[in-house]
Design a protein. Sequence first.
Length: 85
Amino acid sequence: MELEYAEDQLFIDLAISRAHAESLTDDELLDAILSADKDIINTIVKDNRFPAHTIATRIKTNNWTMTAKQRKALQNVYGYYHFYH
């Protein structure tokens, strides 16, 4: 019973973390990612397939607008980072 509660709480906490990432504006999301530990956040996605810090830096530096797909991926990475760190 305690294990089930712990698992339920884990999913709730992860959902809260992801909801927080989704509530951020584009600039807030980029700033949050850029203030995160670069080495950790760049390696959240296996095999360095989505280096979030590097991508956020390029978007911010070049004043690009994120696509919906990029935003969702950055939200997911930041939500995961925020939850575990």
